[in-house]
Design a protein around this ligand. Structure first.
Ligand SMILES: Cc1cc2nc3c(=O)[nH]c(=O)nc-3n(C[C@H](O)[C@H](O)[C@H](O)COP(=O)(O)OP(=O)(O)OC[C@H]3O[C@@H](n4cnc5c(N)ncnc54)[C@H](O)[C@@H]3O)c2cc1C
Length: 555
């Protein structure tokens, strides 16, 4: 944490120099001494301190200054830092003003100039005040602060990006938080351009893109080399596992991720069926460990950076990135997984991010305190989200198309859901419309058997339905099935015939696609198991096939 600040203000340079020197000598270890030659300059510095969430502990200010007197400065400075101690430096003639200031600006003390020797006239007073300040001081939140409207898609995007990248942040809702309003007033942006993202260092960002935030928090977005033995696209469990094995087995390995490492698993509140963690672990925890492990072995991770296309030339495979750059490799691994299918009902598009969310239960759970929320979907991910949201929400309603959760949710989760008083399951239900002016207000649900509809007030709707694979970007080069999943290995050899354009005198390896040296693993692969452990297994297995492929690839 930055040291709290003592602010000294005096228009006479010699006096200011002397007071700053004395302050540094006595308090320099614990406090930063900031000096200013006028009240206005000091206020500018204070505004910057406030935006960076630094603390002012004490103002020591000369009363008699042109343009802005000491008392006038204290009036404004106190609005920014109400808890800072206030001391006026006065001459005899100013005593009256100082006494008045005790009431006006709750002055803590006034000191007569000169204060020599400081051991006698300055330090005893200031030490006493600073001790007092320390005693009632609670350290501020040190990380990134996000100021915005709770029910705004842009604010949700920023929060979700930070949460998924495991960056701690403090959320300040401008509608209910006085401090949030104050920060917006101080910043160069206006309240119509939120969210405002404040960093402990450097200037704030207004309505930032993920790439801008990534830059500020030091995420890596440019490859260190033009060529890699193994390039992996997608840093979910499959891609991360491949990175760990590839890098640990001596391959120069690059991992490219478009949003945040962890993939779908990273959004899971509690994974209970992953081997070796009998009491479960969160997706965030698993991701943190996997990223550390892959990095430790030397894998390079670029995020957020999207792969938009691939091309093949001789033994080289090229990945095109969003910024137009290309990376070349010999073995390419597609681990881009899948994401939730979009809910097809009127109003959903407009309210996405403003009450309607895809996944994102962890990011928005706190905001659902004492509210009524709904979940669409009946898989394990929907069940986990229900359990997590029920910690905060007044009620959680699961809207399930089928007769029950039995066919699609694990037994252990069904038992937890059934025994939770805050969760109810509405079978045979489908969402037919969502409504709200600026954020979700109500949802209309139809009984799929009878067609009866009813409308209910809703604060949030979390969507966990079906999976759509992320494979558009390889569609020109790699074979896909009618749903967009990528067939591999034996799936590609039909009636003893190898895939079209296949040039090698062997069949595709188990996890190899229709193009030699390009592999597909995890949820993106046709007929994959859609589990974390299987994605991890496939990611690690694919590296073995990559080794075999690389062993015969011409340089
Ligand atoms: C909420 C939730 C809870 C779950 N709980 C469990 C559980 O308890 N147990 C269990 O076994 N399974 C669970 N699952 C399923 C499991 O998470 C998935 O099967 C697993 O994550 C699949 O891993 P993957 O690496 O194949 O793909 P994903 O996890 O989908 O990761 C793919 C990654 O690729 C990135 N990507 C996509 N396109 C591009 C591109 N063009 N360029 C760069 N990057 C790209 C994505 O951003 C993503 O990070 C859960 C899923 C969800 C959503």
């Amino acid at each position: 944490m930055e040291k709290p600040v003592i602010v000294a203000v005096d228009d006479e340079p010699a006096v200011l120099g002397a007071v700053a020197r004395d302050l540094r000598r006595e308090y320099g270890k614990q406090y930063r001494v900031l000096r200013a030659e006028s009240g206005t300059t000091a206020l500018e510095s204070l505004r910057r301190l406030k935006l960076r969430n630094e603390q002012a502990a004490l103002f020591l200010v000369d009363q008699r200054m042109p343009r802005m007197s000491g008392v006038e400065f204290l009036e404004e400075a106190t609005e920014l830092f109400p808890d800072a101690k206030r001391v006026l430096l006065t001459a005899y003639a100013d005593t009256e003003a100082a006494i008045q200031a005790i009431n006006e600006v709750r002055l803590d003390y006034y000191l007569m100039k000169p204060w020599d020797p400081p051991e006698e006239y300055l330090y005893p007073v200031l030490t006493d005040l600073l001790d007092d300040w320390q005693a009632q001081f609670s350290p501020p939140f040190e990380g990134i602060r996000v100021v915005g409207h709770q029910l705004s898609a842009r604010s949700h995007q920023v929060k979700d990006f930070l949460a998924r990248n495991l960056i701690p942040y403090q959320w300040l809702d401008i509608e209910i938080d006085e401090e949030a309003r104050h920060l917006v007033e101080l910043s160069p942006s206006d309240s119509s351009r939120l969210p405002l993202v404040l960093f402990p260092d450097g200037p704030p960002l207004t309505q930032p893109t993920n790439a801008q935030i990534a830059e500020r928090i030091g995420l890596r977005r440019h490859p260190g080399m033009p060529f890699y033995d193994l390039a992996i696209v997608g840093a979910g469990p499959a891609g991360l596992a491949a990175a760990v094995y590839g890098a640990s087995e001596g391959l120069s390995t690059l991992l490219v991720e478009s949003e945040a490492p962890g993939g779908q698993a990273g959004t899971s509140s509690r994974i209970e069926n992953y081997l070796g963690f009998p009491s479960g672990l969160s997706g965030g925890d698993l991701t943190r460990r996997a990223v550390a492990q892959a990095s430790r072995f030397g894998a390079e991770i670029l995020s957020p950076l999207e792969a938009t296309g691939i091309r093949v030339r001789d033994s080289y495979r090229f990945i095109t990135l969003t910024d137009g750059a290309e990376i070349s490799c010999h073995a390419l691994l597609i681990a881009t997984g899948a994401s939730y299918r979009k809910l097809d009902a009127p109003g959903v598009g407009k309210l996405t991010g403003a009450g309607v969310y895809y996944g994102a239960a962890i990011t928005e759970a706190m905001a659902c305190q004492d509210k009524d929320v709904f979940i669409v979907g009946a898989g394990n991910s929907a069940g986990q989200a229900a359990m997590y949201l029920a910690r905060y929400a007044n009620s959680v309603t699961m809207l399930v198309r089928a007769e029950s959760l039995a066919a699609s949710t694990s037994r252990y989760l069904i038992e937890q859901i059934e025994s939770h008083q805050g969760i109810r399951v509405l079978p045979r239900s489908s969402v037919v419309e969502v409504k709200g002016d600026t954020s979700l207000e109500e949802i209309t649900i139809a009984d799929v058997a009878t067609g009866d509809v009813r409308t209910m007030p809703a604060y949030a709707l979390f969507v966990f339905i079906g999976a759509v694979p992320h494979t558009e970007w390889v569609s020109d080069v790699v074979e896909r099935d009618s749903q967009g999943f990528i067939p591999t290995g034996p799936d590609l050899v039909r009636g003893g015939r190898r895939p079209k354009g296949w040039s090698l005198d062997r069949d595709p390896f188990l996890l190899e696609t229709s193009v030699p040296g390009i592999f597909a693993v995890g949820d993106v692969r046709r007929r994959s198991v859609k589990r974390i452990a299987s994605a991890v297994g496939e990611g690690s297995m694919a590296v073995q096939f990559a080794h075999q492929y690389l062993g015969r690839v011409p340089e």
